[in-house]
Design a protein around this ligand. Structure first.
Ligand code: AMP
Length: 219
């Protein structure tokens, strides 16, 4: 089962992708996480990526196509994956052949004001990627409930100017991608302005028919 998960920053994509990955046993591939891992390595490329991300710009398509293509070619993606953060624009869609044939494209929708508010208060676990905010605080302040690591705020989430730039870019670049999946009747839009469990219940309702038919094909 191949799924693409789209949504503006702060829509809860990462949280929902983890839940989907856990329940349906498909790997969660996030270009944001792949890029942050490269930054964590401290390479020259990582330093250049850090500057781009902190400025709220998009990483060049060539870098994304290389990183995502390499990751999707690994054997664990052969039977499916949940793509989080890509394709972000038409070129990434057209050049990543693995994503043309996805079974389902999900869009978690929230408005810009909600995105800005959520990003300003979001803290993340750099280790297991769990996210927390006012509605879901960690049990112990500053410490991840799931793995005990120290929580941090992403540098690209702190400046409102950079956040707004990222959101404007997101909406302009994603339109043709949404159109592609909408015209193939594979796009499901989910209201993301609800508690995590309610968003996940709606996502599950979209996935289940696809999951059941993929199981029948295997049988
Ligand atoms: P995310 O974790 O998805 O919010 O991504 C963080 C940042 O990584 C974005 O603001 C972009 O700078 C960069 N990025 C992630 N995915 C992509 C992509 N598919 N294309 C271009 N840049 C990306």
């Amino acid at each position: 089962m191949k799924i693409i998960l789209m949504g503006p920053q702060g829509s809860g994509k990462g949280t929902q992708a983890k839940l989907i990955s856990r329940e349906y046993g498909i790997p969660h591939i996030s270009t944001g996480d792949l890029l942050r891992a490269e930054i964590g390595e401290g390479t020259d490329m990582g330093k250049a990526l850090q500057d781009i991300i902190a400025a709220g710009r998009l990483v060049p398509d060539e870098t994304i196509l290389y990183m995502a293509g390499k990751r999707l070619a690994r054997p664990d993606c052969a039977d499916g994956f949940i793509a989080d953060g890509f394709p972000r624009n038409l070129r990434q869609l057209l050049e990543l052949k693995e994503v043309w044939s996805v079974d389902l494209a999900l869009q978690i929708w929230i408005d810009t004001r909600t995105s800005v508010e959520r990003l300003a208060t979001r803290i993340n676990c750099p280790n297991c990627k769990a996210t927390y905010g006012p509605k879901k605080p960690p049990k112990q302040e500053g410490i991840c409930d799931e793995c005990g690591a120290k929580l941090v705020q992403r540098t690209d989430d702190t400046a409102t100017e950079s956040v707004i730039k990222r959101l404007e870019l997101y909406w302009s670049e994603i339109q043709p991608v949404l159109e592609y999946f909408r015209s193939g009747s594979r796009l499901h839009t989910i209201n993301g302005d609800r508690p995590v469990e309610d968003v996940y219940a709606a996502i599950r309702a979209s996935i289940e028919p696809v999951y059941q038919s993929s199981r029948q094909e295997i049988c």
